[in-house]
Design a binder for this molecule. Structure first.
Ligand SMILES: NC(=O)c1ccc[n+]([C@@H]2O[C@H](COP(=O)([O-])OP(=O)(O)OC[C@H]3O[C@@H](n4cnc5c(N)ncnc54)[C@H](O)[C@@H]3O)[C@@H](O)[C@H]2O)c1
Ligand SMILES: [Zn+2]
Length: 766
């Protein structure tokens, strides 16, 4: 029968394509297509060769195993070939296999060793006189790569066998074969590390295991944490051997070689199917990847009778699980808003079967990942659904990109609440900035608002927050203060007593500090310390809400400080970590810093510029650790802990009309929700101090004093005073040390009481 030209051509195309993918998979550990796709190509070629035997050539990929070893490793010639396995993709193919075996052996029921098919790479271990002398990869089945040094780093692999040589012990020459693999945990850790360091990210645990083993530097292999299970034997010399496969596994386990704990002996095809179903159901609970079950005729004499075909034994079959990786196309990309406002891009896919279920959505993680993988709308992509993990897009296949495929755009507004979306410089994740308002973030925002270190609303736990939000009683933190006894008692499991307690707790929470209130707003990157610094610097909420980038970051640059000078200064500070200005009486910290800077051998730093730097930074601690670029650009914030990213989050938060509405609601005198002008942090007022002279007073400190400012502040607060950072009409008292600066004149203008160092002792003593 003559072969039609089109079929001949197709066979040639398939052969070339399979060769290409073999190289990517076996030699580069970096497959371009999922296994399912590869298997379809191989099957198509097998079918063509079956239909037209003259198309079958000895060098066809259907006749060969793996790929030749790469030349950077020494070659090892296998004593017995390392073969592949025949596959069954469904129950019928398994039954066909069992029937062929029964017919060939002339028996009714066959005993099989059933073993999980580990998804790693095959390795041969050679023990001579009980010592590991050589380890090799499978390569093309005849010649593999010498990976002895690498395999020695695998903890599971004994360098020396337990027991002794001889009758009951190990043979003088023993070749054991098994699978080297990675646990999911190690695989994730390796990829996470690669992502952070810009290294190679592996498509799946199998490729990661192969890539980790096939490292010329064994210390890299050691760090990857590979595992191994042994599943069979190669050459054996110098001892009689077990006449069953399962028996030999028992023996090698006895000598300390790792064997899968899942291995069982089953009888007949029904039991095979039962085993496959059972382990398939547990597949997601195992901490390593398996892609099927291998059934091996257990009796060795039977194995010998069955023999081999070109690339696989006739006595074994791999019954595969549904593939966990597939190809499909991206129809659209949508963004979902998470509990904390993170926008997650989700690819809408042409539906495809992956891991036994239909997948039509897959996560793309974040914008960084989209950019790194260069996934576009219309692209053909590689999706994976492993275990219970949400399906994810692993990569795009740019060679299959249709003309005009659109890059993914980050939306400017939150798809849920329409607030602005912010992706701060250097951040992978983009976020909705409507934190106080966004329905997607409601529960988290209210939980945070109520938490102990924020508004400290006792009794308002996570469950109750969920209930309040789910019933629609509360949409934002301000609604909490409008709750009534009737509304609360209608809730599940809420008695009158607890309702009253909650209302009382809400009432108590109103007396708080500005710092706690700022923290409670839940602005991204604004933790307690930053909230405190902001409160201290701005003194009241309106000033903070109105603060532009300029006030938060003072980005105006510093006169006389160019990048060269900044570099010289930064390098001087780095070289002299222990040097700092000497404090001296009558000289302010700021002035001492200016003086000190001006007298250091820093190239290009003029006294005027030194003074300007001292004015901006005040203390040497704030200068340390800053980059030259930031210094020259004036990016250093006058507020501790505020960098460009934090500033961007603060600006974005307060510029959302929705957030401002909620804040206005919180301050609405009608409900008298928040009043931070009242006693400072009540928790910090010692009992019996309620009548102390400073209780409820707002105090500002300026200039240099004999005690550290933090300590003065702490002791004033302990007496019920509220210490703020700037003078306003609400200030009751200014404590002015030496060189007080602008705050003193402002206090004098406003007619505020001013005391000096001499009054400090009395004040602190109460
Ligand atoms: N995506 C691609 O481009 C690409 C390219 C080439 C091959 N592949 C994939 O590789 C696979 C074919 O490769 P193969 O011929 O190397 O082998 P295979 O994975 O189909 O089967 C043989 C191998 O199974 C392993 N194995 C695991 N547990 C075992 C056990 N208990 N007993 C015996 N062997 C066990 C051994 O390493 C053995 O070499 C297919 O799944 C194919 O899709 C993919
Ligand atoms: Zn939103």
């Amino acid at each position: 029968m003559s072969v039609p030209a089109s079929e001949r051509e197709r066979a040639e195309v398939l052969r070339r394509s399979i060769e290409y993918h073999n190289d990517r998979y076996y030699r580069q550990d970096d497959p371009e297509i999922p296994d399912a796709e590869y298997d379809r190509l191989l099957r198509e070629l097998q079918d063509l060769e079956a239909r037209y035997p003259e198309l079958r050539r000895a060098d066809s990929p259907t006749q060969r195993v793996g790929a030749e070893p790469v030349s950077s490793f020494d070659e090892v010639e296998h004593r017995l070939p390392m073969l592949s396995l025949a596959n069954a993709f469904d129950e019928q193919e398994l039954r066909d296999f069992d029937r062929r075996v029964r017919e060939a052996l002339g028996i009714e029921r066959v005993r099989y060793s059933a073993e999980p098919k580990l998804d790693g790479l095959a390795v041969s271990l050679l023990y001579q006189d009980g010592i590991l002398t050589q380890a090799a990869t499978r390569g093309d089945g005849h010649r593999g790569e010498d990976v002895t040094a690498q395999v020695r780093t695998i903890r599971d692999v004994p360098l020396r066998l337990r027991g002794s040589e001889g009758a009951d012990g190990w043979p003088s020459l023993l070749e054991v074969r098994g699978e080297v693999f990675l646990t999911y945990a190690r695989f994730e850790a390796i990829n996470e590390h690669a992502r952070r360091s810009g290294g190679k990210v592996f498509a799946n645990p199998r490729n990661a295991a192969a890539g980790s083993l096939r490292q010329l530097d064994p210390s890299i292999t050691a760090a990857r944490g590979l595992s191994m299970f042994c599943y069979g034997l190669g050459a054996v010399e110098g001892a009689s051997w077990s006449d069953s496969h399962s028996g030999s596994l028992v023996r090698i386990a006895h000598w300390g070689l790792p064997v899968s704990p899942e291995q069982r002996v089953v009888e007949g095809v029904e039991d095979c199917i039962g085993y496959h179903t059972a382990i398939g159901a547990r597949r997601n609970q195992l901490d390593y990847a398996i892609d099927g079950v291998v059934f091996k005729v257990d009796r060795r004499p039977d194995q010998e009778r069955l023999g081999f075909v070109a690339r696989a034994p006739r006595w074994a079959i791999a019954y595969k699980f549904p593939a966990q990786e597939e190809l499909t196309t991206v129809e659209a990309v949508e963004f979902q808003v998470g509990r904390t406002g993170a926008l997650t891009p989700v690819a809408r896919l042409a539906p495809v079967q992956v891991g036994g279920v239909t997948v039509s959505n897959a996560t793309l993680h974040n914008m960084d990942e989209i950019e790194r993988k260069d996934v576009r709308i219309g692209d053909t992509v590689y999706v994976r659904r492993a275990g219970d993990v949400i399906p994810e897009v692993i990569r795009a296949l740019p060679e299959r990109r249709p003309f005009g495929a659109e890059p993914v755009q980050l939306p400017a507004h939150c798809p849920v609440c329409h607030s602005d979306v912010l992706r701060a410089e250097g951040e992978a994740v983009a976020r909705c900035t409507g934190g106080l308002f966004c329905p997607a973030q409601r529960k988290e925002a209210i939980k945070h608002f109520a938490s102990r270190r924020a508004m400290d609303i006792e009794g308002l736990g996570d469950k109750l927050v969920s209930q309040l939000v789910d019933t629609g009683l509360v949409e934002d933190p301000a609604d909490l203060y409008r709750l009534s006894l009737e509304q609360l008692t209608q809730l599940d499991r809420m008695g009158e007593k607890s309702a009253q307690n909650l209302l009382a707790a809400l009432d108590t929470s109103r007396r708080t500090t500005l710092a706690r209130f700022i923290y409670a707003l839940g602005i991204r990157e604004v933790g307690e310390a930053t909230a405190r610094a902001l409160a201290e610097h701005f003194g009241d909420l309106d000033a903070l809400m109105g603060a532009g980038a300029a006030e938060l970051l003072a980005p105006a640059g510093i006169k006389g400080v160019g990048i060269k000078t900044a570099e010289a200064l930064v390098s001087y500070l780095e070289g002299h970590p222990d040097e700092s200005p000497e404090p001296s009486p009558g000289v302010s910290v700021q002035e001492a810093l200016a003086e000190w800077l001006a007298t250091r051998p820093i190239r290009g730093l003029k006294p005027d510029a030194a003074r300007a730097i001292a004015e901006r930074f005040e203390r040497i601690e704030r200068l340390r650790g800053i980059s030259a670029a930031a210094l020259a650009a004036g990016q250093a914030s006058p507020i501790e802990g505020i960098g460009p990213v934090v500033a961007a989050h603060i600006r974005a938060f307060f510029s959302q009309p929705h957030n401002r509405e909620v804040i206005a609601k919180l301050r609405d005198p009608e409900i008298g929700a928040i009043d931070w002008e009242a006693p400072s942090d009540t928790a910090m007022v010692e009992p019996g101090r309620a009548s102390a002279p400073l209780n409820g007073k707002t105090v500002v400190i300026t200039g240099s004093l004999s005690l550290p400012r933090d300590e003065i502040k702490r002791r004033l607060e302990a007496q019920g005073a509220k210490v703020t950072g700037s003078v306003s009409k609400n200030t009751d008292l200014l404590i002015a040390g030496a060189d007080p600066g602008g705050k003193l004149s402002r206090a004098q203008d406003l007619g505020i009481e001013v005391v000096g160092e001499e009054a400090l002792d009395d004040l602190l003593a109460g």
